[in-house]
Design a protein around this ligand. Sequence first.
Ligand SMILES: [Zn+2]
Length: 157
Amino acid sequence: MTDQCECGATAGPLGVCVDYYHGILAEEQADPRMYAWHAPVVCAYLLQHPSRAREKYLDGQFRQLQLYVDQGLDALLRVAAHQVARNGHGARSGYDMEPLAPYEPLPVGGPPERFRAAFSGLPFREGSFVADGHAAYGRHIQLIAEATVEGWRSLRN
Ligand SMILES: [Zn+2]
């Protein structure tokens, strides 16, 4: 087992980021309040580990993460709900780019070598990611989201 993740982060007690990511996906299935952060978790994880992502979706995921950092979780959930309704009507697949259009496209030349906050740095206590409460968990996801946007933006320089 390596102690360095592809995103540049050092492994934590659970392992590298993928171990944390799978742990989050499992725990949030049984916790609707925790599941509220599902979209930013997925976007930030894939943007920090693009070898695990479908490249054609990364631009939309980068824009969603910017919207979340800029306008907050409720705004992102409204956009996500709109996407589901739209796809359910079979209008067309993929993301509706309209609410995301004001945001920057994914910079070329990525991924960045490292990010200032990583999934492997998330606190995990008593077998849980929300041992300190949902608000604290949300603040950690917010920090990872901000670090992800900042890391990609730094490529423009
Ligand atoms: Zn990582």
